[in-house]
Design a protein. Structure first.
Length: 708
């Protein structure tokens, strides 16, 4: 049971709509098990009012139908009295009961009736009530709205959706009546093209998990083969002259085919791989043993699932032990044209978040964000004022996507510009304020004199500090790792330093000497802007790259802190060491290209060799976006054992749930039948059951025959 809108949003196959329902108690009767005619009439009338439909539009009444000489006439009388308030028609609605098939299921009897009614609407057939030889002598059906469904009958639409009503009456006097309707034909949205898919496998034990992985692999292999054969068959058919467009007229279609086209949704799908992935990911309960694989094609997924099935790939057992996830936010220099474009095309959560950033940035930039990233203005990303809003926009979209699929940071840190996005992720800043301050920060920094440059120096911090005393103007802009530092200063002094130092130096292509004295004029206006912004204490641990220690409430909300982060040295290595106090299991780098992971890994290798977190980049230049991100999600899932929010992963992509391969069952004997050999006498129960005369009727409504 779900809200209809939620079910359609999540791609659930909708079997029917509950139009109305009512429950009451019949009150005191002659004995505990005796039915109440008035109580039954009232509950049916109330359900009709709740549904807001006329009884004339109901084609099937699934009765409580116990088959007793007293109960059935009372039930028909209550139904007739309730319906006669709305219609005088006679014998237009079929009435029957599933109890003739399965007996009385006691508390589940009403639910079983619902299960009968829904496929009856779907298959457009009034199913028979079995074993009926003649109606109850006390019921005159010709005077009621009902006729006995003693055989299978077609159930056509008559200008309105098919509707059925179900009654269930409890022995103690509780009465229930429900009216259901076939679902409307869903709108057929075009599936969002996918560059990659993730398939999870979960089971109660490792043996079953590997068996299920093998079943999935076989299914995907067959899917690939069927798709190839269908493509070949389609190509062959289209080459036939008699199937030319001139001959495909409506005159050649039967009335039944036209009805199917109008009222029923085609079972063919444009994205069978997407349908399969969504079904197995969202329609199964998560079990302790689990794994996930990713791939760009059905064949690739099948191969990786086969590795799981064979035992070549490991599985994870979820122990409910809490894991810690850290996010590191990349700074300037990670940008490039078309960053995240693949995700914008394939991941609706990413696209919606990036579009929101574009809308919020409109008052603060003269170049629209999307034009800057993917349009004719891509060349402007080399400029600081545009690079910073581009990087932050992509970071916000990445975090929003990860939140939607169930991955949230427990601790954050950022490098320079990235610390501003980390503040948003930690709850210090609202999104509109983050984007406004990012745009201002970029403008202020770009407005400073472009007379300096920067370089990366590979040496230890003490040696570098001592050496730079001979080069006035050169400052340490960032301590990135134990032997990786960034220096900044005037171009001519930097050139002399590079010529004379014995350390390995890598020049950086930058427009300004960031984190140096040249940035000083930008501090006051930026501090004023932050002072006018609502800041809140961080809601999760937040390591400061300005101090290298944990942010306190006073530092996270101090405008001077955020202004000084433009000018002073970035102590990223120290911030990573601080962050390591939380013992992260996974460390994600949030940004267009991984710059921080090598630095953080080198830092922890020296400062905390006991920690071995999984390092996960989100995007990487030169690699397809969605396969890269799906590989990251799969790694996180398999490393931590924490389940993803699978519905969020498939949100907005429009594939639907379909029947999935069955979960393998590990059979185990539960009864010892050896007593049979020791007991003399005939064992008639060993013989196969005789064929029932009702099988012919079951063949017309096959879903009723499968009662085991």
């Amino acid at each position: 049971m779900r809200r209809h809108d939620d079910a359609r949003r999540d791609g659930d196959p909708v079997r029917g709509l509950v139009k109305g329902a009512a429950v009451n108690h019949g009150g005191r009767t002659t004995r505990y098990s005796a039915p109440s005619p008035r109580g039954q009439r009232d509950v049916i009338a109330e359900a009709l009012r709740d549904a807001g439909v006329a009884p004339d539009t109901i084609g099937l009444l699934e009765a409580h139908g116990t088959g007793t000489s007293l109960g059935d006439p009372i039930e028909i009388d209550g139904l007739t009295r309730a319906w006669r308030e709305h219609t005088d028609r006679a014998q237009f609605c079929a009435i029957g009961s599933l109890k003739s098939n399965v007996g009385h299921l006691e508390p589940a009897a009403g639910l079983a009736g619902l299960v009968k009614a829904l496929p009856a609407m779907e298959h457009e057939v009034i199913p028979p009530t079995l074993h009926v030889t003649r109606p109850n002598d006390r019921i005159r059906f010709e005077d009621t709205p009902f006729y006995l469904a003693d055989r299978a009958r077609p159930w056509p639409r008559e200008g309105h959706p098919r509707r059925a009503a179900i009654s269930a009456f409890g022995m103690g006097g509780v009465n229930a009546h429900v009216i259901v309707e076939e679902p409307p034909r869903p709108t057929r949205d075009t599936p969002v093209p996918q560059d990659s898919h993730i398939v999870r496998v979960s089971a109660a034990d490792e043996t079953t998990l590997r068996a299920l992985a093998g079943t999935y692999a076989d299914h995907l292999t067959a899917l690939t083969e069927n798709r190839l054969s269908q493509d070949h068959l389609t190509e062959h058919r289209l080459s036939e002259d008699h199937l030319s467009e001139d001959h495909l007229t409506e005159d050649h279609l039967t009335e039944n085919q036209l009805t199917e086209d109008r009222f029923t949704e085609s079972r063919l799908t444009e994205d069978p791989l997407g349908d399969f992935a969504r079904t197995v990911n969202t329609a199964r309960t998560a079990h302790p043993y689990r794994t996930a694989v990713h791939g760009t094609t059905a064949a690739e997924l099948a191969a990786r699932l086969a590795e799981v099935a064979s035992g070549a790939a490991p599985t994870t057992r979820h122990t409910r032990t809490a894991t810690t996830t850290a996010f590191l936010f990349t700074g300037q220099g990670s940008q490039y044209a078309r960053m995240g474009e693949g995700l914008r095309a394939t991941e609706p959560h990413f696209r919606e978040a990036l579009d929101e950033c574009a809308d919020l940035l409109r008052p603060w930039t003269d170049v629209p964000l999307l034009d800057l990233l993917y349009g004719e203005a891509r060349h402007l990303l080399d400029q600081t004022r545009y690079a910073q809003i581009g990087i932050v926009g992509v970071q916000v979209a990445l975090v929003t996507f990860l939140r939607a699929v169930g991955i949230r940071p427990d601790v954050v840190a950022g490098h320079s510009l990235g610390e501003l996005t980390a503040a948003w992720a930690a709850g210090v800043l609202a999104l509109p304020d983050l984007l406004r301050l990012t745009a201002l920060r970029g403008e202020l920094m770009q407005a400073q004199p472009a007379t300096g440059t920067m370089a990366v120096v590979h040496t230890d911090a003490d040696a570098l500090t001592a050496e730079l005393r001979a080069y006035p103007g050169i400052e340490i802009a960032a301590h990135n790792a134990p032997r990786v530092h960034t220096v900044s200063g005037p171009a001519e002094v930097m050139a002399r330093f590079r010529e004379q130092t014995s350390s390995r130096v890598q020049p950086l292509t930058v427009s300004h000497a960031f984190h140096s004295a040249v940035m000083e004029p930008a501090l006051a206006p930026f501090a004023d802007a932050v002072a006018a912004t609502a800041l809140a204490p961080p809601t999760i641990p937040f390591a400061s790259a300005l101090t290298g220690t944990w942010h306190r409430d006073v530092t996270a909300t101090d405008p001077g802190h955020w202004a000084q982060a433009i000018r002073r040295t970035v102590r990223f290595g120290q911030a990573v060491t601080t962050l390591a106090e939380t013992g992260p299991h996974t460390v994600w780098e949030i940004g267009p290209h991984p710059q921080l992971i090598p630095l953080a890994r080198a830092t922890l290798a020296e400062a905390r060799p006991d920690l071995t977190p999984l390092w996960i980049p989100t995007l990487q230049r030169g690699r397809a976006d969605q396969p890269q991100l799906h590989a990251a999600l799969t790694s996180h899932h398999n490393h931590t054992g924490t389940d993803l929010h699978w519905t969020g992963l498939h949100h907005g992509k429009t594939p639907e749930r379909h029947h999935r391969p069955r979960l393998p069952v590990q059979a185990a004997p539960v009864l010892d039948h050896s007593w049979r050999a020791r007991c003399p006498g005939p064992r008639t129960h060993d013989h196969p059951p005789k064929r029932s005369h009702a099988r012919d009727e079951e063949a017309r409504a096959p879903w009723l025959a499968n009662t085991d």
